[in-house]
Write a protein that binds this ligand. Structure first.
Ligand code: IMP
Ligand code: MG
Length: 182
């Protein structure tokens, strides 16, 4: 074994250093937008956990964490867009600045659903931070206020993102070749 990670043969899309630089820029944007205020970073479990932990350390405004979880039914090719809430925010967020933190905007169904849910908490402001965006797959019109990178229609893993719950701990973002693993 000469590799640190079991799947370091997947092609790299963004290195850990590229991600770090981009996350630092997003942090500065958030700092500027919310100077003198507090924000709630509301991460979407589980994929956004790694991004949230780095983003949180790239911002200097007062900040707390919360988490939500949702799952979609037959997400693969379904356009019906049924999304099920698994976990709402733990803390009341009325009047707060919420930043919904997601790993990737794909069809947009998950974030569109969570956005509606979070608006019911009557926040002062609701923004969306997404590390990646695959606009070619969009079914629901939704945009990130803070976006890391726009990518073509690849299936990616690493930096929190999984295939069947694996590869979340890869430090960079890699393209999973079609049909691999079986
Ligand atoms: P959406 O509702 O189709 O936008 O789904 C977004 C969710 O699908 C993300 O939170 C990810 O969990 C998952 N997802 C979409 N594309 C990828 C990918 O390329 N790799 C890993 N997970 C993905
Ligand atoms: Mg996710």
């Amino acid at each position: 074994m000469n590799s640190t990670h079991a799947n370091s043969n997947f092609p790299v899309l963004f290195t850990a250093e590229q991600i770090r630089q981009r996350v630092a820029e997003l942090g500065r944007q958030i700092d500027a937008d919310f100077a003198g205020q507090s924000v709630v970073l509301a991460g979407v479990l589980k994929g956004a956990a790694v991004f949230l932990s780095d983003l949180a350390r790239a911002i200097t405004v007062d900040c707390t964490f919360d988490f939500v979880s949702a799952s979609s039914y037959g997400k693969a090719q379904r356009s019906t867009g049924a999304v099920k809430l698994i976990k709402d925010l733990d803390h009341p967020s009325e009047g707060k600045n919420i930043i919904l933190v997601e790993d990737i905007l794909d069809s947009g169904l998950t974030v569109a659903f969570l956005r509606k849910l979070l608006l019911q908490h009557r926040p002062r402001a609701l923004k969306i931070a997404a590390l990646l965006d695959k606009p070619s797959r969009r079914l629901e019109a939704i945009d990130a206020d803070y976006l890391g990178f726009t990518i073509p229609n690849h299936f990616v893993v690493g930096y929190g993102m999984d295939f069947a719950e694996r590869y979340r701990n890869l430090p960079d973002i890699r393209i999973m070749p079609p049909g691999c693993p079986e």
